[in-house]
Design a binder for this molecule. Structure first.
Ligand SMILES: Nc1ncnc2c1ncn2[C@@H]1O[C@H](COP(=O)(O)OP(=O)(O)OP(=O)(O)O)[C@@H](O)[C@H]1O
Length: 317
């Protein structure tokens, strides 16, 4: 059998859609003495959304800034479309849409002027009017940026990030401060870009946003990724919960293999990683004794439970 070496990575952004659009390998980032990112790795493919979750200070923005070409890595490598976003910034920039956590837009320009000015810097911008309509800012187009509400400003930021139809989109807390309707507008816009083949990396503190948008999720804690997978895979790291109330005079609960009793009769709570066999055993026992398990609930763990179990606390190492 003949072994072949993989082809060397191209120096500039690759044009094809094969392979990952973003490759982060053992990335480290420092702010002086603070080691904000301590060796994280992940890949994002075209047509995929990857969400970085973590409590305040976990290192999400510090990692994204390296992807955005705004800061050097202290170790490891980041490749966006096969190129280094800092060293090859001029080549990567036209294909990269960035939404920073807080933007610094000139407040004296109108919304339309701002979008038009930004469009003038792009190789193939979308139409200004169409872009404003998509985020519901058409009737605000003549207002100065400083007059916009926080949510309107965020939607303007997103318009600018998506204006050049970028192949890689980095969104740092895209919907913070948005009302539920505006949040859904943002989700729709992101999904459209993903359907067109864009790769998206985002951070969010809204777990339902990660569940709605992300194909894969990584939870960061103290600069490291401590959990990753689909929302369902991450949720499945925690046990399911079974709750019910036993009627007065019921016999003692039987031993249920695979279940831990967290709260005893009469208001019983069990935790289990084998929900179906535990339910079968419980219901058979209740049936045999002619018992009704009052208010019976069986619930798989949520992404939020898994997040809360791992996200907080000090450096896990
Ligand atoms: N310019 C800086 N100088 C010194 N320390 C910094 C700087 N920027 C960030 N840090 C520190 O690096 C760590 C990671 O911060 P970072 O902003 O990346 O976290 P985050 O996960 O994005 O948090 P948040 O959810 O609050 O945005 C924190 O301890 C923070 O205080």
């Amino acid at each position: 059998m003949q072994l072949t070496r993989p082809a060397p990575a191209p120096a500039g952004p690759t044009t094809g859609q094969a392979g990952p659009a973003v490759v982060v390998t053992d990335l480290r980032r420092r702010h002086g003495d603070v080691e904000a990112v301590r060796g994280i790795s992940f890949e994002v493919h075209p047509g995929e959304v990857f969400a970085l979750l973590g409590v305040n200070g976990a290192g999400k923005t510090s990692a994204l800034e390296v992807l955005e070409g705004l800061a050097p890595a202290a170790g490891g490598t980041v490749r966006v479309l096969g190129a280094d976003p800092l060293a090859d910034r001029a080549a990567v920039r036209p294909h990269l849409g960035v939404l920073l956590q807080s933007s610094g837009l000139p407040s004296d320009l109108t919304v339309r002027e701002t979008v038009a000015l930004w469009a003038a810097t792009l190789t193939a911008p979308r139409s200004v009017e169409e872009a404003l309509a998509q985020v519901g800012l058409t009737d605000r187009a003549g207002l100065r940026v400083r007059s916009l509400s926080g949510g309107e400003r965020r939607r303007l930021d997103l318009t600018l990030a998506l204006l050049g139809s970028p192949r890689v989109i980095v969104l740092d807390e895209p919907t913070t401060g948005l009302d539920p309707e505006s949040r859904r507008t943002v989700w729709t816009l992101v999904r459209q870009r993903v359907a067109d083949g864009a790769a998206v990396v985002l951070t969010t503190h809204h777990l339902e946003e990660a569940e709605e948008l992300a194909d894969r999720i990584a939870v960061m804690r103290a600069g490291r990724i401590v959990l990753s997978g689909t929302a369902a895979e991450i949720a499945a790291t925690q046990p399911a919960t079974v709750r019910f109330t036993l009627p007065a005079g019921a016999p003692p609960l039987p031993d249920v293999p695979g279940a831990t009793v967290v709260s005893a009769a009469p208001r019983v709570e069990l935790h289990t990683r084998a929900l179906q066999p535990v339910l079968v055993r419980l219901l058979a026992w209740a049936d045999a004794h002619g018992l009704v398990l009052g208010g019976l609930q069986a619930r798989a763990a949520s992404l939020e439970q898994a997040f809360l179990a791992v996200a907080d606390g000090a450096d896990p190492s």
